[in-house]
Design a protein around this ligand. Structure first.
Ligand SMILES: CC(=O)SCCNC(=O)CCNC(=O)[C@H](O)C(C)(C)COP(=O)(O)OP(=O)(O)OC[C@H]1O[C@@H](n2cnc3c(N)ncnc32)[C@H](O)[C@@H]1OP(=O)(O)O
Length: 193
């Protein structure tokens, strides 16, 4: 998987080291896959890898617009934010699937690690911003992304992984073992969209 994704130039700069995926024991994946799909090999012309700087030109932000409000983010803002995230090592694992036949980002999901002093000074993980492009839904790619990131959170030593989602996606996440907590409420103050 890693052989064809070396960094060749500025646009190929990874947000995090792709070698981290090689630490995952593939027998730990939680889903069943059809048609020889696996999280590390999601399909013909489909490459799963860390976000790269050049993904600004490959429709990464347009894909996120299928999930929520993105706004008008310039390339300069994208680069600044990317570099801030990259500077926080072991924290932001934004993962994408590229359709290499079209040089287009068609799926993404983020694992964020929040370091803690509690729980033996480990970390909790959150899965955020999961989206598969409309034309690519139903091809097991959402499953690939979430399965990969759940396994990664365990490999990275997190004591738990959590996420927030709408009611209609609860069954999707239940496939990986996520459960609604009877004791916890999700609370927020939203300052803007
Ligand atoms: C934490 C967060 O980010 S929550 C936000 C989640 N994202 C969104 O809502 C954005 C819009 N939706 C999407 O991008 C996609 O529909 C996703 C990410 C939810 C699912 O991606 P897909 O690639 O279409 O799903 P995938 O093909 O992997 O489906 C895997 C299985 O889940 C099932 N499934 C897919 N979506 C759902 C759902 N919303 N509810 C229940 N089951 C679902 C499929 O039927 C399939 O079942 P199977 O394995 O028995 O055949």
């Amino acid at each position: 998987m890693m052989s064809n994704i070396q960094e060749n130039g500025y646009n190929d700069t990874y947000l995090f080291d792709p070698e981290v995926f090689l630490r995952i024991d593939e027998s730990k994946f939680k889903s069943d896959y059809k048609n020889d799909v696996t999280p590390l090999k999601p399909g013909v012309n489909l490459q799963i890898r860390p976000l790269r700087l050049g993904d600004f030109d490959k429709g990464f932000l347009d894909l996120l617009k299928e999930l929520t409000v993105v706004g008008d983010v310039s390339q300069e803002q994208f680069i600044t934010q990317f570099n801030k995230m990259k500077a926080c090592s072991d924290t932001y694992y934004i993962t994408v699937i590229e359709d290499t036949s079209k040089s287009q980002i068609i799926g993404t999901a983020t694992l964020v690690m929040e370091k803690k002093f509690i729980h033996q000074a480990t970390a909790r993980a959150r899965i955020e911003d999961v989206v598969v492009g409309n034309d690519y839904r139903g091809l097991q790619l959402g499953k690939v992304l979430v399965d990969l990131l759940v396994c990664l959170s365990q490999v990275l030593g997190c004591y738990k992984v959590s996420l927030e989602c709408k009611e209609h996606n609860v069954k999707f996440y239940a496939m990986f073992g996520f459960e609604k907590s009877p004791e916890q409420n999700f609370m927020q103050i939203r300052f803007f969209d």
